[in-house]
Write a protein that binds this ligand. Sequence first.
Ligand SMILES: [Zn+2]
Length: 415
Amino acid sequence: MKLEIDQQRLLSELETLATFSDAELPAVTRIVFTPTDLKARAWLIARCEEAGLAVRQDAIGNIFARWNGTDPEAPAVGTGSHIDAIPNAGKYDGVVGVLGGLEAIRALQRSGFRPKNSIELLVFATEEPTRFSIGCLGSRLLSGTLSAEAAGRLKDRDGESVDEVRRKAGLNGNLQDVKLSKGYYKGFVELHIEQGPLLERAQISLGIVTSIAAPACLRISIEGAGGHAGGVLMPDRKDALCAAAELILAIENAARSSGATDTVATVGVCDVFPGAVNSIPSRVKLTVDVRDTDLARRNGAMKAIESAVEMISQKRGVAIQQELINADAPADCAPEVRKALADSCREHGFPFLQMVSRAYHDSLFISRITPTGMLFIPCRNGYSHRPDEYAAPEDIRRGALVLAESLAKLCSSSQ
Ligand SMILES: [Zn+2]
């Protein structure tokens, strides 16, 4: 089998898809189910049909483009990513895995390869949390991680529910039917830009993901007592911001003392009320994001945060409330998919790095229902989610080539 990636065509498709944007190029803004996104989806479906793939969409807008294998009853081998983009993002996040996946299928077709299992490109709907405040909505539903009822009720900023928005986009099916059976896929591979600097630093073009870290997010609200910055003496104070400061450092320490560099914790929002120079802060709202590749270790860090909350609340006489927004479990990539990727790299003489995915992806959820792996290519300076996000043409070609080879291996290896 002689596999060749049509690099010119792949790059020109990347450029074309980037023009479906609500921001001026090179910035890309493509929020799910906006008119711009719907045009991009229609364009993509036309490219898949051109390649002879059978296309269907489910009720949440996941797009499936299938190259039928010689045994249509056998579970499919899947690949894919997303094309929605946060405001003012770049051209490559998600898109490399979608168009790279399409080109991988076309390369296999051109080589004369005839798969036994069908090979399917899956374009996940609403991966970015921009519209509905939750990431990976499509893959959460596919994997049954989120119920159809809970998904249908989610609202966007204008108060429109997922159900209303998707019906306006012409998606009339039943959300209950989105969930895939465990045997639907034989395996799944997602090609993605790294969104970090490690590959570039190591000057290695390919990364095989060993595990995908996952976040737990908390909203914390601290109620103290306000007052005049001159009038209330120190022994009488219940300063909510001072309590927050102590808590933020305790959160940092919970991650630092976990015993592993994979544990990270971030307080990204700190709203202070009333926020006046001569007024003691009476209320502070924080958000906390704790990530790890190991669930038990992450739970340990969460426990440490909880104890700090109790201790600080008692010591300072402030009321602290916590609300868990979400807590997704991390995932390990499947050995058989990692092996297919590693063998493909070796056959082409491409060096690769084994690495953790620090960002989370649809693969985190797909891994709940099928053996899943991820292949990373470098992005310049590790930049992502910004207009100057960039991946080199040669890296994109290599990624698509190794992806194609791996899909073939996952098809033909014994069931
Ligand atoms: Zn992405």
